[in-house]
Design a protein around this ligand. Structure first.
Ligand code: OFO
Length: 169
């Protein structure tokens, strides 16, 4: 059985993961408007990943005999000034999520829930990958500047990203 304190912290993080899904879905719509289909694909993979992150915790909480308490998901932004502005937002968001998952792991530590500590290890490693993926696209966008041809080449690269259902925990 999971402690009440840790259950509450998991529910807070589940809401943040669903918010992440919603945010990337909004970004997907933004890139649809720009007609950058590779970026649309990248976002669509990100949307699926965030849902998997949320559902991983949802299933875990159920497995541990906890109560999933779904709160309202905050409205995401709908517009960005440029692809660069959008990816700067993503990096800030992922850094925020990393800090939030670390806080959740701190609660698991505090209540000495070894099973949860081990489960959360996957998420901690995943955040390293998430920040790295975003950082790579962001660095390329900075190099590209106003070069439209180079932006279309990056768009082609991003079209190749595929979703792989993660095995969490
Ligand atoms: Fe983007 O890693 Fe979950 O939120």
């Amino acid at each position: 059985m999971i402690s009440e304190k840790l259950e509450k912290a998991f529910n807070v993080q589940i809401n943040k993961e669903f918010y992440s899904e919603y945010l990337y879905l909004s970004m997907q719509a933004y890139f649809e408007r720009l007609n950058l289909k590779g970026f649309v694909n990248w976002m669509s993979v990100q949307v699926q990943e965030e849902r998997a992150h949320a559902m991983g915790m949802f299933d875990y909480l159920n497995q541990r005999g906890g109560t999933v308490n779904l709160e309202a998901v905050e409205k995401p932004e709908t517009d960005w000034q440029s692809p660069l502005d959008c990816f700067e937002h993503i990096l800030r968001h992922e850094q925020y999520v990393t800090a939030s998952i670390n806080e959740l792991a701190d609660v698991a530590d505090e209540v000495k829930d070894r099973a949860a500590i081990s489960f959360l290890d996957w998420y901690i490693k995943e955040q390293v990958e998430e920040e790295d993926n975003v950082g790579q696209v962001l660095a390329t966008l900075k190099l590209i500047g106003d070069d439209k041809k180079a932006l279309l080449m990056l768009d082609k690269d991003l079209a190749a990203r595929t979703f792989v259902q993660p095995v969490i925990g």
